[in-house]
Every structure is written in structure tokens, then in C-alpha cells.
Write a protein that binds this ligand. Structure first.
Ligand SMILES: [Zn+2]
Ligand SMILES: [Zn+2]
Ligand SMILES: [Zn+2]
Length: 148
């Protein structure tokens, strides 16, 4: 395993279970965002038959701990992505090849004061996901625009 998942889970106060470890390992090894169906397919190789609700529950628990990110694709399918980067950042997702890049910039932070005064309240957190085509997919589409 490329990461110390048991320690990661314990730090998030999540119970260490074989299913959670298998999910994290699968997500980390694929390195892209994956659908709950794909996670289920992989889990079944190790644990036998598993219902989709069980998969969703485990993924959502990992997501609420922050160790896994939810990705909403423009096709409206929900995906999950493992990112070991604990710092505040956002993701650029390629909608074609599923590559994910960490963006080390946060435009929202600079807007917080303005938002606070607009809503007469206080920003506590935010979610920002940037969708697009990675360099490779963009080039491919430029040379053959009807591939996508
Ligand atoms: Zn791409
Ligand atoms: Zn990330
Ligand atoms: Zn941000």
C-alpha cells in the first residue's frame, strides 16, 4: 500500500475496516476519480457480493472525513477521488480522461470579505471544482473536434 491508511483513518476518527482500507487502496491505485459502481466491482473481487448502498455508505463516510473528495461530473454522475494532500486546495478534473490536478490557488479566499458583507454573515467553507480538458485531451480535441 502506497499510504499508511490505518493511521490516516484513525486521525480522522474513522474506524479502520477491511472495506475502507480496500476502497482507499483502490482509489489511490487508480489515481483518477471512480464511480461507486467501479468501486463496488473492485470490492467484490475481495469480499464477494456487496450491495451498492454499502459502497455508497463507506464512500460517504470517507468523504465526510475529508480523505476522499466527491466529484460531480458534468454528465451528473457522482465520482470519488482519493487525494492525500491535506492542505486547502481545489481540483481541476479532466472530463474526458479523468485526470485530476491539484490547484494550489484559491480564488474564493480573496472574496471572503466581500461575500461576508453581501450575506451579512460569515463564510465557513466552500467547495470549488473546475471542469475541463487536460493538455493531452485538449490537443486531441483540437485536432479531431468530433471525438468527444
Ligand atoms: Zn484528459
Ligand atoms: Zn487534491
Ligand atoms: Zn478554496
Amino acid at each position: 500500500m502506497p499510504h499508511d491508511y490505518p493511521t490516516m483513518l484513525k486521525e480522522l476518527r474513522l474506524k479502520v475496516t477491511p472495506k475502507r482500507l480496500a476502497i482507499l487502496d483502490f482509489l489511490a491505485r487508480t489515481g483518477t476519480y471512480v464511480s461507486p459502481e467501479e468501486v463496488r466491482h473492485n470490492l467484490q473481487e475481495h469480499f464477494g457480493s456487496i450491495g451498492l448502498p454499502t459502497v455508497y455508505r463507506n464512500l460517504d463516510e470517507l468523504a465526510s472525513g475529508g480523505i476522499v473528495s466527491k466529484i460531480i461530473h458534468p454528465n451528473r454522475q457522482l465520482y470519488y477521488y482519493f487525494c492525500p494532500n491535506p492542505n486547502h486546495h481545489h481540483h481541476f478534473i479532466c472530463i474526458s480522461c479523468r485526470k485530476v490536478r491539484d490547484l494550489q490557488i484559491c480564488a474564493v479566499k480573496g472574496l471572503e470579505d466581500e461575500i461576508n458583507s453581501q450575506v451579512r454573515g460569515r463564510v465557513i467553507s466552500h467547495i470549488l471544482q473546475v471542469n475541463g480538458l487536460c493538455g493531452t485531451c485538449n490537443e486531441r480535441e483540437m485536432s479531431a473536434p468530433d471525438v468527444l
